[in-house]
Design a protein. Structure first.
Length: 155
């Protein structure tokens, strides 16, 4: 499964302005709603419920909020580079500036886990995080994420 199977160029948000985790998730839920046709409130609620189980801030300035959503037909990703890091209650207590939201159909357990693992492996690499942070356009963000994921899949 390549990253481009669930992340499209129009699902990338460049320099998202949010003052806190809740606002970032709300804005990303709106973007996901536009891509999926599912109501933003339902997406936001699912993401917040997941956050209540424990922060999806995985460390090194990265968060991977995720959830299974009724009405989502396939796995969908939304990736954002924030204009300023926000507190995400991450495991390393560092603020987050790279957020990859992953939404899956309610019955897609195995595919959901595979997609989560792929995103996690990609964003674990320091060189990838540095390149994403240095990107100057949404197109560059998408190209870095998609090309790096493709290269890693081929290796």
């Amino acid at each position: 499964m390549g990253l481009s199977e669930f992340l499209s160029p129009d699902a990338v948000v460049f320099n998202l302005h949010a003052s806190c985790k809740r606002e970032a998730l709300a804005l990303l839920a709106e973007k996901a709603a536009a891509l999926t046709g599912v109501q933003a409130a339902a997406i936001r609620q699912a993401l917040m419920e997941r956050e209540q189980l424990g922060s999806t801030g995985v460390g090194r300035g990265v968060a991977i909020p995720h959830g299974k959503i009724e009405g989502v037909g396939k796995i969908v990703g939304v990736f954002a580079k924030l204009d300023q890091p926000v507190d995400f209650e991450a495991v390393d207590d560092q603020p987050v500036d790279l957020v990859f939201v992953l939404l899956a159909p309610s019955d897609a357990t195995a595919a959901h886990l595979k997609a989560l693992a792929k995103v996690s492996r990609l964003l674990r690499e320091e060189s990838v995080r540095d390149a994403l942070r240095g990107a100057g356009t949404p197109e560059a963000l998408f190209a870095i994420a998609a090309d790096t994921a493709q290269s890693n899949a081929a290796a």
